[in-house]
Design a protein around this ligand. Structure first.
Ligand code: F6R
Length: 247
């Protein structure tokens, strides 16, 4: 694993944007794995700026998002489908048929999960996967569990995730309690993974995930076994890693 420490959250976003821009320039038909949440917003803004400056062409790029809330229609402003259009897709020249977000309104969620994994395979697999991390160690919505789930599947969100994410809904009761998420296996198949993290709330879990035992109780810990993972984090998020002398 490689760690890129940055002073601020903006520097974290710039460093991640450089890696994505290089990937897109080097392989214009790359398949990207994308994440939502607060952490990637500045990274997406930076990619839009590079696109506007004529430096990035998304016309052959395809993408697969990690997850979606169950029950939220695409046009709900808290759905991840909406988030991605708002944060990135509406502002770059990606083809409409080429970006994918799991359908959380599918009547058969298991079947939608299997079809999603098949589609990723048909596109040749993910070249570069972006991840954030939850304060409980989740990646995508793979919550702490007794085993590592493989494919895209429906999950019950934990009280910790519901508490953190309900702040974005008009009332906490509107926050869905289930999601459809890529599994650890789907994520692990990516050739290269970049995990971004920022702020003090991620400091403990980053240490546990990258320097503690590999366990499904901390889903991100599996990344220690992947061949090409880069952690880009600001100093607040790296505090415990530094204190324990791991960096
Ligand atoms: C989002 C996702 C989640 C987030 C994680 C961190 O698609 O898969 O795992 O990356 O919850 O979220 P933020 O960035 O809001 O702290």
């Amino acid at each position: 694993m490689k760690i890129i420490p940055t002073q601020t959250k903006d520097d974290m976003a710039s460093a991640a944007a450089e890696i994505f821009a290089e990937q897109i320039s080097t392989k214009p038909d790359s398949v990207l794995g994308l994440a939502t949440g607060e952490t990637p917003r500045e990274l997406y803004k930076s990619l839009i700026e590079k696109h506007d400056a004529g430096d990035l062409d998304f016309s052959k790029i395809s993408s697969f998002n990690l997850d979606e809330y169950v029950g939220l229609p695409k046009d709900h402003d808290q759905s991840y489908n909406w988030y991605m259009r708002d944060a990135l897709f509406n502002h770059v020249n990606i083809a409409d048929d080429n970006w994918h977000v799991p359908d959380g309104t599918a009547t058969d969620l298991e079947a939608e999960g299997r079809a999603y994994d098949e589609r990723i395979k048909e596109y040749g697999g993910v070249d570069l996967q972006l991840l954030g991390i939850g304060v409980n160690g989740h990646i995508a919505f793979n919550e702490p569990d007794s085993s590592f789930p493989l494919g895209t599947h429906p999950v019950d969100l934990t009280p910790s995730t519901i508490e953190v994410n309900s702040q974005y809904f008009a009332t906490p009761e509107e926050m869905p309690t289930k999601a459809l998420t890529m599994g650890i296996g789907s994520i692990f198949n990516a050739d290269r993974i970049v995990l971004i993290a920022s702020g003090p709330s991620k400091a403990d879990i980053l240490y546990d995930a990258f320097f503690g035992p590999v366990t499904p109780k901390i889903p991100a810990s599996i990344l220690q076994m992947h061949k090409d993972v880069t952690l880009i984090a600001d100093e607040e998020a790296l505090r415990v890693i530094r204190e324990k002398g791991a960096l």
